[in-house]
Design a protein around this ligand. Structure first.
Ligand SMILES: Cc1cc2nc3c(=O)[nH]c(=O)nc-3n(C[C@H](O)[C@H](O)[C@H](O)COP(=O)(O)OP(=O)(O)OC[C@H]3O[C@@H](n4cnc5c(N)ncnc54)[C@H](O)[C@@H]3O)c2cc1C
Length: 135
């Protein structure tokens, strides 16, 4: 059995650290996330992520955040269009129906990293760290 200290420090408030913090808080642990960014808006969070059934979506479901995710993902952002140098379309799947069924293994919804971070940050209980870990 994995034993985790009652007060856990997580270094880095990216998707991995914040999801872990949420999962541990749900199980009653005190968690402090240490993040290099001074605020959630300190920098552009970067490009969109597509989440898969067996990884990102699985983690969000376990964290009880799939409804929040579905409010903020970008339907159709996984569509592709390839053009040549004259903008003539060589390939496009924009006219094909996309997969939008959350229960489908082929559903790979895209979400920008900023909104994803906000969902995760807002899901955490703000527990002020008083400088002493309670073990
Ligand atoms: C180009 C690219 C495309 C990708 N596309 C996808 C995709 O489509 N779907 C997908 O699921 N994954 C994708 N990934 C992978 C995804 O980005 C990572 O799996 C994910 O970001 C890992 O999360 P993380 O929290 O472990 O690390 P990171 O996202 O790297 O977050 C680390 C956090 O720690 C902070 N930090 C760093 N050092 C310190 C320190 N010393 N003290 C305090 N804080 C610190 C940083 O500021 C940052 O906020 C992609 C990755 C790349 C590079």
């Amino acid at each position: 059995m994995l034993t985790i200290p009652a007060h856990t420090a997580i270094i880095g408030g990216g998707p991995g650290g914040l999801t872990l913090a949420r999962l541990l808080q749900q199980r009653g642990f005190n968690v402090t996330v240490y993040e290099r960014d001074e605020t959630p808006d300190a920098r552009q969070q970067g490009a969109t992520l597509d989440l898969h059934e067996d990884s990102g979506l699985k983690a969000l479901k376990a964290a009880g955040l799939i409804d929040e995710f579905l409010k903020h993902y970008r339907p159709g952002a996984d569509k592709i269009k390839v053009t040549d140098e004259t903008a003539a379309v060589l390939f496009s799947d924009h006219d094909e129906p996309g997969e939008e069924d959350i229960s489908s293994p082929y559903f790979r919804p895209e979400i920008d990293r900023g909104p994803l971070r906000n969902i995760l940050v807002n899901s955490l209980k703000p527990v002020p760290f008083n400088g002493t870990a309670s073990l």
